[in-house]
Ligand binder design. Structure first.
Ligand code: PCD
Ligand SMILES: [Cu+]
Length: 806
């Protein structure tokens, strides 16, 4: 940060020119996006490129008796048809997952979910490949299907994973059943049980967070190009973690990482869908190596929605113990987590339920215990963080629903019960009962600001009047959430992926003319990193953002980083950007001192220059210093002006928010109208307020989609329903409500510029807020919970059951 007191009036022009932290600078990436000049994976065309298409299983559970590829292979234009047998010599028919399990790349003797990958056809173009795919004859023998995680754990449930027979220990400890993956517990069970036994009041609620999908506009895909002469492998891929992909490809192929180049070009949304490594990538790479030609594989929408990365599917039971004035004594949680046929959850290695243990929320709860069981079913694998930092959405949903259930039981107002239980400001840093250290928070003023802005008392009065009127055509509901997020994975002592610590990185190179290029280990999928990282450098190193080029996603040029998901770019890479900027600045200080013939200690940093303390007229601008770095540096100093920083954060950051929703349920149809939504977010230091607002609008819209429409249900035969956009709800501007946003600023004490992540907060915080609002509309009728999505059909059933429809 700047070292000296500023006179804002005098600095105005220079400050504006920098476009640094706090500036609502327009997104640098938008001109190319809105003019159709972005470069996405499907825009890559290489000479001699072939196309691959996956052949998938129509059955959810079946033995493969035979695969006849002869007709397809004979079809003109077809170059190869790969099956598991073809991959076996290369040991590529199975691959490791991020969760320590293995997953079939191409089905090895049996299929365990509908649309599982069975064979890969490679042809001159996509149409020929599609025709040939029809000619592959697969003979299946159907097996009994289980899609319900409770039934999967019954003694006589069908065995989903034959390959694990006899293994009673998995990557996360003991397995107690053939479909059991792990049991994970945290907290003090005995103390929590005792607190429950002693409590005046207890409540319990079952809730399902249904299976959903991130559904980015661009589906997953890659172009793999192996150059047999040079021995180089280049892969363009829609990956949120290109360096991790390079390491995985290196491990699988035994090609040294130095010969592998992974390029994530422009990405049309990730939302967690593009964290994992999928069979299509492996088969495209294998085909390119075998055929010596580039191979492109791009998912269809149906493939995207039904095979790569679901989210949630958490069957949760929450219990709270409290005294009669609503002060919470203990929290107890049990979860059955449906992971599908392979455990491909994208979580840091040591955390099979991610950061679910943030489920004590914003509340000072002395005793807590959580137990999560992971289970195999005949559904597609995944378990990604759909706009949420590793199961935080599930955790926040649980606690925010439970607080409402408790309030209802005790007849305490839902805002009031929150105010009574907040972690007080003076308790930060706060050590939670489930072992997390919350870095900072200030919850009471945030909630009070929202209550004032919407005139909470007037809303409750209106609701009371409507409830008293039997002829009122609507039921009015008010939902509140006061959530705490945990983002910025993570300290490498507690977080790694495949053994690599979850640090991140930045490299800055300042050119002789004072312009600069910066590269990071993260990768924007639409977040606007090219705009915002430059702002950090502008403020911290005094170089105008307009002359800073930000580049991400090419493993041959960017320093190693763990990628962009879990709102970690600002907390982790953003800190590396600030620290690399400081290194640049310190070298600049010495060069400036040398040019002015004073001691470096006598120099002070001043926006975009170094000046002599007490003699501000004597100064050298960063531009002059950059030039000098290439021709006139102090004796013994290396030429050039560049810096690299690898940042291993000491802790996560804990952004928070207070949200309020008002909904009207139409008694005549069961339709629900979101009348008002007020979102206050606190992400510490705000780098670009306009981008933050855009991120919040996006996250709220996705939250609205989940709460009111998105789900991927299965029928008894294991057919996935919801695999097209006819069934899977993607809101447009037409359905989306109007959002009101607000903020407070509580900087992170351990982040170099005090910034916390923000992008996932609106999703995490809004979903329980919508549910709380909908259920609040029925609260006076004794309803404590209804499941998502809150669509008109489900709500209509509820109205009928209560005898108030019409
Ligand atoms: N304080 C602060 C914070 C932040 N910021 C900004 O904002 C943004 C964001 O950030 P963050 O929070 O850090 O985050 P990131 O890491 O970057 O990102 C990630 C996220 O992001 C979001 N958002 C978005 N957007 C778009 N457009 N697209 C996409 O795809 C997406 N995705 C989503 C998701 S889902 Mo996950 O993956 O599930 O885990 S995670 C996620 C960027 O630009 C930055 O810079 C600012 O300004 N300030
Ligand atoms: Cu998550």
């Amino acid at each position: 940060m700047n070292e000296i007191a500023r006179d804002p009036a005098a600095d105005l022009g220079r400050l504006e020119r920098l476009e640094g932290i706090g500036c609502a600078r327009k997104r640098r990436e938008d001109p190319r996006f809105i003019q159709g000049r972005g470069t996405y994976v499907d825009d890559i065309h290489l000479p001699g490129m072939l196309f691959g298409i996956m052949i998938r299983s129509p059955y959810a559970h079946a033995r493969i008796k035979s695969i006849d590829t002869s007709r397809a292979k004979a079809h003109p234009g077809v170059h190869a048809v790969l099956t598991a047998e073809d991959l076996k010599p290369f040991k590529l028919h199975w691959m490791p997952t991020l969760a320590g399990d293995v997953q079939a790349v191409l089905a090895d003797g049996k299929v365990s979910f509908q649309n599982q990958e069975v064979a890969f056809v490679v042809a001159e173009d996509r149409y020929i490949a599609a025709d040939a795919a029809e000619m592959v004859e697969v003979e299946y023998e159907e097996l009994p299907v289980v899609v319900d995680p409770f039934k999967a754990m019954l003694p006589d449930a069908p065995v989903i994973r034959d390959d694990l027979a006899g293994k009673d220990v998995g990557a996360h400890g003991a397995r107690r059943h053939h479909n059991h993956i792990f049991n994970w517990q945290i907290g003090d069970r005995d103390r929590t049980d005792r607190a429950f036994d002693a409590a005046a009041v207890t409540v319990s609620q079952d809730m399902l967070y249904p299976r959903v999908h991130p559904c980015p506009l661009e589906t997953c895909g890659c172009v793999a190009s192996y150059d047999a002469v040079r021995g180089d492998l280049t892969v363009w891929i829609t990956s949120q973690a290109p360096h991790v992909v390079r390491t995985v490809v290196g491990l699988l192929s035994s090609i040294p990482e130095s010969k592998i180049r992974i390029i994530s070009p422009d990405i049309g949304g990730g939302f967690g869908n593009k964290v994992g490594v999928y069979p299509g990538y492996v088969t495209a790479i294998a085909a390119s190596i075998v055929l010596g030609r580039p191979v492109k594989w791009i998912e269809s929408r149906n493939e995207n929605l039904t095979t790569t990365a679901f989210a949630r599917d958490y069957w949760m039971t929450g219990e709270l113990a409290a005294d009669t004035d609503g002060r919470i004594k203990a929290l107890r949680v049990k979860v059955l987590a449906d992971h599908g046929a392979f455990d491909a959850c994208a979580d840091p290695t040591k955390w099979p339920a991610g950061m679910f243990h943030v489920c004590t929320g914003s509340y000072d709860i002395a005793n807590a215990h959580v137990s999560v069981d992971g289970v195999y079913t005949n559904k597609f694998p995944g378990g990604v963080s759909y706009r949420c930092s590793f199961r935080v959405t599930e955790a926040v949903y649980l606690i925010e629903r439970m607080i409402d259930v408790l309030a209802q039981k005790l007849g305490i107002d839902k805002a009031e019960i929150r105010l009574r239980n907040f972690i007080p400001k003076d308790k930060f840093p706060y050590h939670s009962a489930l072992g997390l250290d919350y870095d900072s928070g200030d919850y009471t003023p945030a909630l009070q600001k929202v209550m004032k802005a919407v005139d909470y008392d007037a809303l409750r009065a209106e609701q009371a009047a409507k409830r008293a009127d039997p002829d009122c055509p609507t039921l009015m509901g008010i939902g509140i959430t006061t959530f705490t997020e945990i983002v910025g994975a993570g300290p490498s002592k507690s977080c790694d992926i495949l053994g690599i610590g979850m640090f991140d990185s930045c490299e800055i190179r300042v050119h002789p003319d004072g312009s600069a290029i910066a590269r990071m280990g993260t990768i924007s999928q639409g977040q606007g990193h090219q705009t915002t990282y430059a702002q950090i450098i502008a403020t911290e190193a005094g170089i105008p953002a307009s002359v800073i080029q930000v580049e991400e996603g090419d493993t041959s040029t960017a320093p190693y980083g763990l990628g962009t998901y879990g709102s970690r770019s600002t907390p982790v890479a953003g800190a590396a950007v600030a620290r690399a900027s400081h290194k640049i600045r310190e070298k600049a200080r010495k060069i400036a001192a040398h040019l002015l013939e004073v001691s470096p200690d006598d120099m002070e940093f001043d926006l975009d220059q170094f000046r002599v303390k007490g003699d501000p007229a004597r100064a050298k601008s960063m531009k002059e210093i950059a030039w000098a770095a290439y021709n006139n540096v102090p004796e013994g100093m290396e030429m050039g002006l560049e810096a690299v920083d690898y940042y291993d954060p000491p802790n996560f950051t804990f952004p928070f928010g207070a949200y309020l929703a008002v909904v009207d349920v139409l008694k005549a149809t069961g339709e629900i109208k979101v009348r008002r939504f007020y979102a206050l977010d606190d992400c510490g230091t705000r780098i670009n307020p306009m981008i933050i607002e855009g991120q919040i609008h996006g996250g709220l819209t996705e939250g609205f989609a989940v709460a009111f429409g998105q789900e991927l249900p299965y029928d008894e035969q294991g057919n996935v329903l919801g695999g097209t956009l006819m069934d899977y709800f993607l809101p447009t501007a037409v359905e989306t409500p109007h959002w009101e946003t607000d903020f407070t600023v509580t900087p992170s004490p351990h982040h170099p510029i005090g910034a916390k992540g923000v992008a996932e907060s609106p999703h995490v915080g809004s979903i329980p807020c919508f549910s709380n609002a909908v259920i609040d509309a029925f609260a006076h009728l004794g309803v404590t919970h209804t499941g998502m999505p809150h669509n008109a059909y489900r709500t209509w059933q509820q109205l009928l059951a209560l005898n108030i429809a019409g």
